[in-house]
Design a protein around this ligand. Structure first.
Ligand code: ADP
Ligand code: MG
Length: 739
């Protein structure tokens, strides 16, 4: 035993979960389902799977035990497995491993596997009884992610078939009753946590204490709006969510009479639709200049506003001085090198500031945090089933989330939490967030239900913890029929079965399959990889025009997708001369995304080989890879029915979809810079409602292309058309793999 080993053991034993070890193990041995709740940081994720592993090793069943612990996000699966392996003094891939989409580290002796929920669902596809698995731990169930809710239905069905299998559910909040009653009054074990007191300041107190003043000009405009290009002069109609109007009413009724005149003036200028970058900067400077040590955690809504804020702070003489401040970002797609820095203690005299999404609320614990700044928002997907449109809006968090954020400040000593909104707004928050299954499109979920042979989609979903609305289910089924993945009777078609073998959205899977069949895989791999990572085209806040001009250099033919292909190919050439980074810098491209595309391409290619559509000897440079017309057709085939018509007027053009009427383009689309589009249609990858409906990544297509590779708006011809296309595919593809 090394000194580090002993120190680590001591550290582990000091965690609250350790005190409950025996009770936990007894409960798990006596019950098939156990629910564990405990405050974030108490040691659920890192310790409980180890307790089970160690007790199995002691009981000499170690060699045969197999523990799977699911995480909602790949980043937590990776970082947690690394942490657990190092706590055990091992390398990753020995007794502890991980597996996330397209990546993993797992050896012959791996007994504890951390994986994303999606990976376990894929495993159920080929191994419906989870043969050999002894324990399944589903972590972070309080988040109510769609995959987790889905997995719980499947596991509930599995339990009677596998009486010796143990299911452990872990939650960071105390509302475990719902889960317990879902599993027939399963036992709940609570791990009491300990946090130091955290002093809470709402906006009015922050203004009063710091003397910071808000003016109408001192807030950054809603960053979402900033980035978009408005086709029409008329202001987009604002559709307020229910919670937004509750917040507005609360503000109207608020009484700030006890506060000074400056504070009252500032509060009158406060805009609930904005995140006050200047206020954050001011507060950060205040804290950094104070004597009190400790890291600062700032909760933002997403990757884009984190980056904008980071740039702004870098320009500040104090916060941008790397000898005094270590400025880090923490979000789902950060690089793993950056990930490790988040946990490290900075050098003496250097203040660590972490700008994070709600990933730092419960799944990642940063130990030395003493100050928390909470903007009160998170980016939340929602789904408007009536218009069949997904929405992505920064929206107000729940009370439970706000409490979680506050708790992050009291890990090592008493802390301070600054909520950057008034107390009356907090009082108007909902208690809990709506589960994801009730607020997202269900296409991929429905396809998975079919591929797992779980019977009727709507019957299956009626057995969820909370069932999605019928219309949302019908929309998803209708979509899968239109794209040819399901037949009229809701059975998987040959195409559908191939799609379930690719871990991407159905539309991207379609592109890969047809790209392979039509011998033009090379650019298609780039496009699909590009659409699966963060947009590689960067649009920095203050260099928006330059960045958009840089992107349009790659555009020749009214297609964001083809622009991406050219950008990637240019990068490949530059990379050969070790100039990839320069190339990215000059062209406003993310080097990280380019590298991710490069490795995803290889992964997708090898997955396609597994489907037998690509034979082992072909390289990606197929005969037709350079035919841009053909690539355009493949894009059209994949993205249909994501389509809008181009209507020209004297000066410019308007875009319309069937469901939404007029729609707009994101300003960084190459098509947004064109005065005219000499094609009647755009196919698009994604539409999102942010006040208005915006399209992301579009490609112009002709009538004939749409007819041959998409379909027509008239149902009759559409069906006929798809039957024909389906016929071709059936002809070219080998019969589905035997069950
Ligand atoms: P929970 O799942 O209950 O929120 P965890 O098991 O994730 O708690 O974390 C328990 C403790 O382990 C945390 O309080 C933190 O101190 C420590 N910890 C977890 N991950 C890391 C890491 N990657 N580096 C350093 N410390 C960590
Ligand atoms: Mg955890």
């Amino acid at each position: 035993e090394s000194p580090e080993g002993r120190k680590m053991l001591e550290l582990r034993r000091s965690l609250p979960a350790y005190k409950e070890k025996d009770a936990l193990l007894t409960a798990i041995s006596r019950n098939q389902v156990v629910i564990i709740s405990g405050e974030t940081g108490c040691g659920k994720t890192t310790q409980i799977p180890q307790f089970i592993l160690e007790s199995e090793i002691e009981a000499v069943r170690g060699a045969v035990c197999s523990i799977i612990c699911t995480q909602p996000r790949r980043i937590s699966a990776m970082s947690v497995s690394e942490r657990v392996a190092s706590e055990r003094g091992e390398k990753l891939g020995e007794s502890v491993g991980y597996k996330v989409r397209l990546e993993g580290m797992k050896g012959r002796d791996t007994r504890l596997l951390f994986c994303t929920t999606g990976i376990l669902l894929r495993r159920l596809l080929v191994d419906r009884n989870l043969k050999g698995v002894t324990h399944v731990i589903v972590d972070e169930i309080h988040e109510r992610g769609m995959n987790e809710d889905f997995l719980l239905i499947v596991l509930k069905d599995l339990l009677p078939r596998r009486p010796e299998l143990r299911l452990i559910l872990m939650s960071a909040t105390l509302d475990s009753e719902l889960f317990s009653s879902y599993f027939g009054r399963a036992q709940i074990i609570h791990v009491p946590g300990f946090t130091y007191p955290v002093r809470t300041h709402f906006l009015e107190d922050v203004l009063e204490i710091t003397g910071c003043r808000l003016t109408p000009y001192n807030q950054i405009d809603d960053y979402g709006q900033e980035k978009m290009w408005k086709m029409s002069k008329q202001a987009p109609r604002k559709r307020k969510s229910q919670i937004a109007s509750v917040v507005e009413d609360a503000l109207k009724a608020a009484d700030f009479n006890g506060y000074g005149p400056q504070t009252q003036e500032s509060l009158a200028c406060w805009n609930p639709d904005c995140i006050g970058f200047n206020l954050i900067e001011y507060l950060l400077c205040n804290i950094c200049e104070s004597e009190r040590p400790g890291a600062i955690l700032v909760f933002m809504t997403g990757w884009d506003d984190i980056n904008s804020l980071k740039e702004k702070l870098h320009a500040n003489p104090l916060l941008g001085d790397s000898s005094r401040v270590l400025l880090l970002a923490c979000h789902g797609s950060m690089a793993s090198s950056e990930q490790r820095l988040i946990f490290d203690e900075p050098e003496d005299g250097v203040r660590k500031i972490v700008l994070a999404t709600n990933i730092a609320e419960t799944s990642i614990t940063i130990n030395d945090v003493v100050f928390v700044l909470d903007c009160g928002k998170a980016k939340e997907t929602s789904y408007d089933a009536l218009n069949n449109t997904p929405c992505l809006l920064p929206s107000w968090i729940s009370k439970v989330s706000a409490q979680q954020r506050r708790g992050r400040a009291g890990r090592v000593q008493p802390g301070e939490c600054y909520h950057l909104y008034p107390r009356c707004v907090y009082d108007a928050f909902a208690e809990y967030q709506l589960p994801e299954i009730l607020r997202t499109p269900l296409q991929s979920l429905c396809l998975q239900i079919k591929s797992l042979n779980l019977g009727s989609i709507s019957e299956f979903l009626s057995r969820a913890l909370q069932s999605p609305e019928l219309l949302a289910v019908q929309n998803a089924i209708e979509y899968l029929k239109i794209i040819g993945a399901l037949d009229e009777n809701e059975n998987l078609t040959v195409l559908g079965r191939y799609l379930t073998m690719l871990p991407v959205e159905p539309k991207l899977g379609k592109m890969l399959l047809v790209g392979a069949i039509l011998n033009c895989l090379d650019p298609v791999l780039t496009i699909v990889s590009g659409l699966s990572v963060r947009d590689p085209f960067l649009t920095p806040f203050d260099k928006k025009d330059l960045a958009e001009a840089a992107k349009s250099q790659f555009s020749r033919d009214y297609s964001d997708h083809l622009a991406l292909v050219r950008a990637y190919e240019g990068w490949k050439v530059a990379e050969r001369d070790f100039a990839g980074y320069d190339y990215c810098w000059k062209n406003f491209l993310s080097a990280q995304s380019m590298k991710a595309i490069d490795s995803l391409r290889k992964e997708f290619f090898s997955l396609l080989r597994d489907t037998d559509l690509v034979d082992a000897n072909t390289t990606t440079h197929n005969a037709w890879s350079y035919d841009e017309h053909l690539i355009r057709a493949v894009i059209c085939y994949g993205l249909y029915p994501g389509i809008c018509s181009v209507v020209h007027n004297e000066k410019s053009f308007l875009l319309k979809t069937m469901e939404d009427g007029q729609v707009l383009l994101y300003s960084n689309s190459v098509n947004a810079r064109e005065p005219k589009i000499p094609y009647p249609w755009l196919v698009f990858n994604e539409k999102i409602k942010v006040n208005s409906v915006f399209l992301r990544d579009s490609t112009a297509v002709s009538d004939s292309m749409l007819l041959l590779f998409g379909g027509s708006f008239s149902k009759g011809t559409l069906d006929g058309h798809l039957t024909m296309l389906g016929g071709y595919l059936e002809f070219f593809m080998k019969p589905a793999i035997a069950e």
